[in-house]
Ligand binder design. Structure first.
Ligand SMILES: Nc1ncnc2c1ncn2[C@@H]1O[C@H](COP(=O)(O)OP(=O)(O)OP(=O)(O)O)[C@@H](O)[C@H]1O
Ligand SMILES: [Mg+2]
Length: 221
């Protein structure tokens, strides 16, 4: 079982949105997926309450129960555990980082978001966990031009020392509408632009979680 943690000290960056959408992308590839909802707000649990499909399952957890919850997922044959952490929950996030195979730092392309990422980035590095920075809620292109804030965020990510995912997510209504149905955007609008973003991001993330698959693919070419 591979373990992925979604992090940001700032609230509302998109940790839960990414958790549920990546979980749905993995489930649609046939993986058995569990989300550990480490946030007392219980957003991932609220999303699951609207779903009929039991994959991904969502389990509430805290710093004390994360290990037993992860252990139970492993014994139940889950192939992927996604840990959705709360904003500002340094102790809980720390426990999740120590378990994780990959940490996704989620931030909007804003100065405040990037500045607030520093402690999370340090915790990920201290744990020796590979990290990937994902920009979420990026503004749309205007006249074919990328907003200047994207360039600034990419430069700031270099200072943090984390690779930035080649695909970020733009601010799109589909990410919000799908939640009302307990769906991921891949289920809500499979041919939509949000679904295409999530597919590309999942492909990047799964290649990092299962590097042997990438090598095998390379060998087959
Ligand atoms: N790419 C996006 N486009 C449009 N809306 C988005 C996008 N990503 C997230 N949102 C919306 O932004 C809000 C915050 O997202 P979300 O709850 O995923 O953030 P979070 O980091 O988990 O927040 P918290 O810190 O409270 O746990 C939600 O209303 C969500 O629907
Ligand atoms: Mg959340």
């Amino acid at each position: 079982m591979r373990k992925l943690v979604l992090l940001s000290r700032k609230g509302g960056t998109g940790k839960t949105t990414l958790s549920v959408n990546l979980a749905v992308a993995a489930a649609r590839e046939g993986l058995s997926v569990s989300i550990a909802d480490l946030d007392l707000q219980g957003s991932a649990g609220a999303w699951a309450a609207l779903r009929k499909d039991p994959n991904p399952e969502v389990r509430g957890a805290n710093g004390g129960t994360l290990f037993p919850v992860a252990n139970a997922a492993q014994r139940a044959g889950k192939q992927l555990l996604i840990m959705d952490t709360p904003a500002g929950g340094d102790a809980i996030s720390g426990a999740a980082i120590r378990l994780a195979d990959l940490a996704i730092l989620v931030c909007r392309p804003s100065y405040f978001d990037l500045a607030a990422l520093v402690p999370a980035a340090q915790a990920v590095r201290a744990a020796g966990c590979p990290g990937l920075l994902v920009l979420n809620q990026a503004p749309p292109r205007r006249g074919g031009q990328e907003s200047a804030v994207i360039g600034r965020a990419v430069e700031a990510a270099k200072v943090l020392g984390f690779p930035i995912a080649p695909v970020g997510l733009r601010a799109r209504v589909a990410y919000q509408e799908s939640l009302w149905r307990g769906q991921g955007v891949l289920e809500f609008e499979p041919r939509g632009t949000a679904a295409a973003e999530i597919s590309r991001l999942w492909s990047e993330v799964s290649d990092q979680l299962w590097p042997a698959r990438v090598e095998l693919r390379g060998a087959a070419e």
